[in-house]
Ligand binder design. Structure first.
Ligand SMILES: NC(=O)c1ccc[n+]([C@@H]2O[C@H](COP(=O)([O-])OP(=O)(O)OC[C@H]3O[C@@H](n4cnc5c(N)ncnc54)[C@H](OP(=O)(O)O)[C@@H]3O)[C@@H](O)[C@H]2O)c1
Length: 272
């Protein structure tokens, strides 16, 4: 089959770990040109070497996506190096695990919005004129929590609903430009994000705490599904069968969806 993404310039935020890192590996094998961004430059430079070995010309850019200046610099450096951007994949994200009433530090809500939502706004804004030239693609990694609320995740879920609303609006605005917008809504994926979340006091553990559960989707399967959706230029990728049903079942039985989600969350945390 013809490799339709060969020689494309692919910028990945949140590339140092988890889904972003695995996407970087999988794209590197497709002979693309890679721009890898996140805050941890050491991890990025290590990854850059691995991607170079796989045959992909790669640069890393230290970027905090909650800073609009950093996002502008990231886009400028990508253009400076490769002259164009074809695919902007926005994986950078943080999470929380605390019932709303238990929260002691309301700053959690600002941080979640700054990274998960505003990071996408800033990077899309500075990349847009370049993406119009290449008739490119914006890929925003949301979550099933952007389709329906989950207990313990008020701020995270709100940030992902914001991503969905932003992406759906932007897609309509861009309909005659050739730029497409893909929203990816994974269910639970075996990355460290599941163990590294804001708690009620606003602290976030930086340590790897546990091995992710084996019976949730692997990060390599998740990245492969994203890559396939990018090649097809899909507008939505919802990763689980249950996730695909959520909008429909919510119309007729919203309380049932609430119960289902509450049980699923309880079971998930009982098992990790
Ligand atoms: N894992 C899941 O179960 C799951 C499910 C649904 C959706 N998602 C979504 O998928 C995306 C990736 O999640 P993941 O599981 O791969 O998480 P992860 O393993 O924790 O990786 C998160 C990535 O985001 C980067 N990041 C965090 N804050 C940043 C900031 N301010 N600026 C730039 N980069 C930042 C981190 O790099 P640095 O620390 O180096 O900055 C890291 O590379 C997120 O948007 C998440 O919400 C994950």
């Amino acid at each position: 089959m013809k490799n339709t993404i060969k020689d494309k310039v692919v910028l990945i935020t949140g590339a140092s770990e988890g889904i972003g890192r695995e996407l970087s590996y999988q794209f590197a094998s497709q002979q693309v040109k890679l721009v890898l961004a996140s805050r941890n430059l050491e991890a990025l430079e290590h990854l850059t070497q691995e991607c170079l070995q796989k045959g992909a010309e790669t640069i890393s850019v230290k970027t905090d996506v909650s800073s609009s200046e950093d996002c502008k610099r990231m886009i400028d450096l990508a253009i400076g190096k490769f002259g164009k951007i074809d695919i902007l994949i926005q994986c950078a994200g943080i999470s929380m695990s605390a019932p709303f009433e238990s929260v002691q530090d309301l700053g959690i809500f600002e941080k979640l919005m700054s990274v998960n939502y505003l990071g996408i706004v800033y990077s899309s804004y500075y990349a847009l004129s370049h993406l119009k030239k290449t008739k490119g693609l914006i890929v925003n990694i949301s979550s099933l929590q952007g389709k329906t609320g989950f207990p313990g995740s008020t701020g995270y879920s709100a940030s992902k609903f914001a991503v969905q609303g932003f992406s759906d609006s932007l897609r309509i605005e861009l309909k005659d430009t050739g730029v497409d917008v893909l929203v990816v809504s994974p269910g639970p994926i075996a990355t460290q994000m599941n163990f590294r979340k804001f708690d009620a006091n606003g602290t976030i553990s930086k340590e790897k705490q546990q091995t992710p559960k084996k019976n949730i989707m692997s990060v390599s399967t998740c990245a492969r599904l994203i890559l396939d959706a990018i090649v097809r230029r899909d507008r939505e990728l919802v990763m689980t069968f249950g996730g695909k049903l959520i909008p429909w079942v919510k119309l007729v039985a919203p309380r049932f969806v609430d119960r289902l989600v509450a049980n699923a969350v309880e079971k998930f945390y009982a098992e990790v």
